[in-house]
Design a protein around this ligand. Structure first.
Ligand SMILES: [Ca+2]
Ligand SMILES: [Ca+2]
Length: 444
């Protein structure tokens, strides 16, 4: 069994043979599992098959510093084409929605730079844990897990030895208006950092760590799980853990994967488990085309979001660009956090429906995603808002907005107009219901 790791220096795929290492580690590993609340039976089949999860680690591109910057609050924000493209800045400014620290996003990845000036303010805090005393004060299986847990060591050391996790966290929730760097899509949020993978610790079963991380997020009350990794083989234990998350009303945002393949034919997991709380995300470039490296699927991929040359935070207080469905996934997570901050009672499936159906219709996504929609923050928040605040009728916003592609979908796209129109009509009906419910709640 080989796993593919991307060398960040030369971007070539390296094959690392883990067969021998795996055999050596198996004995240790099973012993470790016996002390874990997660039973070894849960993982028996995965261990036998050596199923893996791999965060696709793209090369990091250095960023040149420019002397003249327009936005002094976040000097590099103008270089974040993705933020403009998904209309996040417009949503913050015109709707005054920047999220809420009450919304907890679990970022299952390679860790984070906890001292980064653009990240440190938005870390989740486990108030039941006393920092640095070497004890598991809240008895949740992780020692000193103040901002999250490292599942390689079962301790709170969430240092990012690669950069991927810090990059993803920055896209979701870098601090806005603090005079440095960039801003995340949801600048007010709490990020629970769950480290499942470390390039310096090879041979660790990252699928098992993924499952532990999901279980931790469920137990500790996350609202959203961002998972920018995956693998070609399904795992019953992972599926079960995400099912537990679904029961708790936790949204699971998953990368469609960078295998260049059609996910309708070749599954990529966890994105393709077909569960109502999972949203699968593919990546587009500045010209709104799906990246050649990204997985796609008319039945299996839910939505497209920016994922090419994305500027975000890196360890050591740095910034850099990365490319892939990982980055696109983080954009969707950010918008989901904004929606949940605004409508805390939304179920995951309602958030998914909202994210996918309010996006910008784009024929270039034909055959690539379910609804041929690109993520749009402003529309995701206003199609509801307009109804609540102005007229109580969703349709007004959809027909009158010059940016709307909502109606275009049912008039110009002849080949699918019948089904799209039906879908649109029923969606409008449901949204109207939702709005009247919200109006009633607001009146109380
Ligand atoms: Ca603990
Ligand atoms: Ca900033």
């Amino acid at each position: 069994m080989n796993i593919n790791l991307y060398d960040k220096n030369n971007s070539k795929s390296k094959k690392v043979s883990v067969g021998v290492l795996f055999t050596l580690l198996l004995t240790l590993f099973v012993g470790h599992l016996n002390q874990d609340p997660v039973t070894s039976a849960d993982f028996a089949s995965e261990i036998a098959k050596n199923t893996q999860r791999d965060t696709v680690l793209p090369p990091i591109l250095p960023v040149r510093k420019h002397k003249k910057e327009k936005d002094l609050l976040d000097p590099a924000i103008s270089k974040m084409w993705g933020l403009q493209s998904v209309q996040a800045i417009k949503a913050w400014n015109q709707l005054n929605i920047k999220g809420d620290r009450k919304i907890i996003v679990a970022v299952i990845d390679t860790g984070i730079d906890t001292k980064h000036p653009d990240l440190q303010k938005n870390l989740w805090v486990n108030t039941k844990e006393i920092p640095g005393n070497g004890k598991d004060d809240d008895m949740n299986g992780c020692i000193d897990d103040v901002h999250g847990c490292n599942f390689i060591s079962n301790k709170g050391d969430i240092k990012d030895n690669h950069g991927h996790g810090s990059h993803i966290a920055g896209i979701i929730g870098a601090t806005h208006g603090n005079g440095v760097g960039i801003s995340g899509v949801a600048p007010n949020v709490s990020m629970m950092i769950l480290k499942y993978y470390d390039p310096r610790a090879p041979g660790i079963n990252n699928l098992v760590n993924t499952v532990k991380a999901i279980k931790y997020a469920v137990k500790q009350g996350a609202h959203i799980i961002n998972y920018s990794g995956g693998g070609l083989e399904a795992s019953p234990a992972e599926r079960k853990a995400i099912e537990e998350a679904r029961k708790k009303g936790i949204l699971f945002v998953a990368a469609a994967g960078n295998e260049k393949s059609n996910s309708d034919i070749h599954g990529y997991y966890p994105a393709d488990y077909k569960m109502s709380n999972i949203i699968s995300v593919t990546a587009i470039n500045k010209n709104k085309y799906v990246l050649p490296s990204s997985n796609y699927g008319a039945a299996s991929v839910d939505v497209a979001a920016p994922g090419n040359n994305i500027l975000s935070t890196l360890p050591g207080g740095q910034y850099g660009k990365m490319t892939g469905t990982s980055q696109a996934t983080a954009f969707v997570t950010g918008v989901a956090a904004l929606i949940m901050s605004r409508f805390p009672d939304f179920t995951p499936s309602k958030v998914i429906k909202h994210l996918t159906q309010t996006g910008d219709f784009d024929q270039r996504l034909s055959g690539k995603t379910k609804h041929k929609k690109r993520l749009n923050t402003y529309r995701a928040l206003t199609i509801l808002d307009s109804g609540v605040g102005v007229t109580g009728i969703v349709a007004k916003n959809m027909q009158n907005s010059p940016e709307t592609k909502f109606s275009i979908e049912s008039t110009t796209d002849r080949s699918t107009s019948a089904t799209d129109e039906t879908g649109l009509a029923s969606f409008v009906k449901r949204m109207k219901k939702e709005i009247s419910k919200n109006v009633k709640t607001a009146d109380k």
